[in-house]
Design a protein around this ligand. Sequence first.
Ligand SMILES: Cc1cc2nc3c(=O)[nH]c(=O)nc-3n(C[C@H](O)[C@H](O)[C@H](O)COP(=O)(O)OP(=O)(O)OC[C@H]3O[C@@H](n4cnc5c(N)ncnc54)[C@H](O)[C@@H]3O)c2cc1C
Length: 352
Amino acid sequence: MNDTTVNTSAAGEVVETDVIIVGAGPVGLFAVFELGLLDIRCALIDILDRSGGQCAELYPEKPIYDIPGYPIITGQALVEKLMEQIHPFHPTFHLSQMVETLGREPDGRFRLTTDAGTTFLGKVVVIAAGGGSFQPKRPPVPGIEAYEGTAVFYAVRRMEDYRGHDLLVVGGGDSALDWTLNLQPLARSLTLLHRRDEFRAAPDSVNKMRALVEAGKIKLALGQVSGLKGEGGRLTHATVKDKAGAENEIACTRILPFFGLTMKLGPVANWGLNLHENLVPVDTARFESSEPGIFAVGDINTYPGKLKLILCGFHEVALMAQAAVHIVFPEKKIVFQYTTSSSSLQKKLGVI
Ligand SMILES: Cc1cc2nc3c(=O)[nH]c(=O)nc-3n(C[C@H](O)[C@H](O)[C@H](O)COP(=O)(O)OP(=O)(O)OC[C@H]3O[C@@H](n4cnc5c(N)ncnc54)[C@H](O)[C@@H]3O)c2cc1C
C-alpha cells in the first residue's frame, strides 16, 4: 500500500494545512495534483475507509471509456493511477471520518471538524464531496436503532474494539468477507450470515472464508436477522430466520451489517452555503461557492452546462487551483507553466 493512504489523524488532533479537501473521490485526488504544482499542501478527508469515491466504492471493476488518454481503465485502476500521480505532493489522508462542521476562525482561516473528533485549519476549503456522504443501508430489523453505536456497527473504525467479542457479520459482498477474514483472529467467535450460499465478494476472499469454515474457525449461517435480544444497548443474541421461515438464535455481542451504501448530501447542507437542488452553485472561472475561499468541484457543484463526468471535474480543479493560490499565497506572483517544459515543476514531481 502506498504510504499516501495512511490515515494520519486522531481524535482531538488539530491538523493545520493550506487547503482542506472534503472528499477523496477522483476529483478531490486530482485537486491535490493541481494544487501541489503550485506548492500548496493539502489534507483530504473522507467518510470512507479508502480513497476513490464512487469509482472505488460503486464500480471498482467496471471499465471507464472516457478518461482522456486511457481508452479503457477500471474505476479502481483509475484511483490507483491518481494516487501514484499525487504521491510526490504527500497529501495527508484522514479517512473513515465525516466532516460535520465548517466555520471561520478570527484569523480568517477555516475550521472544519469531523465526527472522529479531528479539527482542521486551512486557508481554503475545497468541497469535492460528490453525491454527498455514503451512508450505510440499515437492515430492516425491528428495534435495531437501540443497539446502534453500542453493539451494531456499520463500519470498523478500530479492529481492537472487536477483540474477544462474539461477532455476527452480515452480508455477502467484499466488506462482509474482508471483515470476516480480518476480524476472525481477534474475535472470540465469528459467524458470517448471508441470505444464500452465493457471494458477490472477490472469489479469493470467498475461498479463504470457506477454508476457515472447514477448519471450524468460523461459522457460516444462511438466513436473515429478524430480531435482536439484549438490554440497555448490550446485545446477547440475534434471531435469524432461514429461507423456510424457521427461526433460531445466534449468540453475539457485536453485529456488523454490510448491506451497501446510499449517498446523501449529509452535513454539507448545514454549512451556510447557497445550495441549488442540493448542489453548490459555482462560477465557471474559479469554481468558488457563494462563500469566498470555499470552492466546490466535481459532482457536488452546479453551473450552466454542468456534466457529472470525471473529466469535467479534472478541468474544474485546474481552474480552482489557479484561483486558490492567490488566497494561500497572496503575495506570490504566479507564472503559468507546462509540466513538459518547466524544470521547476519537474523538480516538484521528482522526475529530475
Ligand atoms: C455506476 C457508475 C458509473 C459511472 N461511470 C462513469 C464514466 O464512465 N465516466 C465518468 O466520467 N463518470 C462516470 N461516473 C460518474 C463519476 O463516478 C463521478 O462523476 C465521479 O465519481 C465524481 O467524482 P467526485 O470526486 O466529484 O465525487 P465522488 O466520487 O462522489 O467522491 C466524493 C467523496 O466525498 C466523500 N464525502 C462526501 N461528503 C463528505 C463529508 N461530509 N465528509 C467526508 N467525506 C465526504 C464521499 O465519501 C466520497 O468518497 C459513474 C458513476 C457511477 C455511479
